[in-house]
Design a protein around this ligand. Sequence first.
Ligand SMILES: Nc1nc2c(ncn2[C@@H]2O[C@H](COP(=O)(O)OP(=O)(O)OP(=O)(O)O)[C@@H](O)[C@H]2O)c(=O)[nH]1
Ligand SMILES: [Mg+2]
Length: 298
Amino acid sequence: MSKFGVLVMGPAGSGKTTFCTALIQYLRNNKRSCFYVNLDPAAEEFAYEPDLDIKDLISLEDVMEDMGLGPNGGLVYCFEFLLENLDFLTEPLDPLTEEYLIIFDMPGQIELYTHIPILPTLIKHLTRTGALNISLCATYLLESTFVIDRAKYFAGTLSAMSAMIMLEIPHVNILTKMDLVKGTIGKRELKRFIDPDTTLLDDDPADGPAAGKDTAEGEDPASRDNVMRGSSFKLLNRAVAQLIDSFSMVSFLQLEAQNEESVGSVLSYVDDAIQFHEAQEPKEPKDEIEVDWEDPNV
Ligand SMILES: Nc1nc2c(ncn2[C@@H]2O[C@H](COP(=O)(O)OP(=O)(O)OP(=O)(O)O)[C@@H](O)[C@H]2O)c(=O)[nH]1
Ligand SMILES: [Mg+2]
């Protein structure tokens, strides 16, 4: 029996929990079953109560207090604890049938997706044949408001690519909160963000006349403004953009969480990536008509 799931990742505040809520609502409206797993040990508020919540295993607040750790160290501790107690996931997920979409709502600490090998270990457990055998699609969410700050946009895109390379499972990148930028950016311009275009750095509206120039005499080279418009910062951004370009792996879907059509469209990409529909049992036709072949009127 196969199982299906979607892992919702992305930086803090990128709209992960809102996307999970919108997905659950959409699945319910379309008579599909889902199982909501919260893996953010600091999350408090939910529109839909999780079916499984990491806070029932371990709470970030307790860890920070008892171990004297900060929020990031505390989070890493919580995930290491989860990896030592995988039955917490296995037992409730094991009985789920192929009709369910299991939604994993992840925390927003970016280091979890970039350089700590905790997630690959967790994903191996979720997807391995013989263990839970979940056909899993990763989604990586990035705020569309990043398009205003191109350096930030490329940094975010690099983190999405890093997660893609590290996790090695089907992966969909999503620009969220599209309603916030819709009226402010033209279609052609938006396309350059959907398929990252390195030339975005050549015509950055944030560049003033001083951009790319080294610090003038008497100015503090370490001040934030000088660093951000200095030639080294430009070169760094260009290198990041070229790295993204040379892999040509990243492109984005667009999401407006309050728009049902938009949520349905993102879900169809996820369904395709995990081949959800191919695994479903054909449903019995509802109104089967009995035909009496002996009847001369038929
Ligand atoms: N306008 C708009 N706001 C959104 C959308 N999606 C999320 N938001 C808002 O963005 C903020 C953060 O959303 P969350 O869903 O909590 O983000 P998150 O990624 O789960 O945050 P963390 O779990 O703290 O990392 C909230 O105030 C949401 O209401 C959207 O599509 N449009
Ligand atoms: Mg959240």
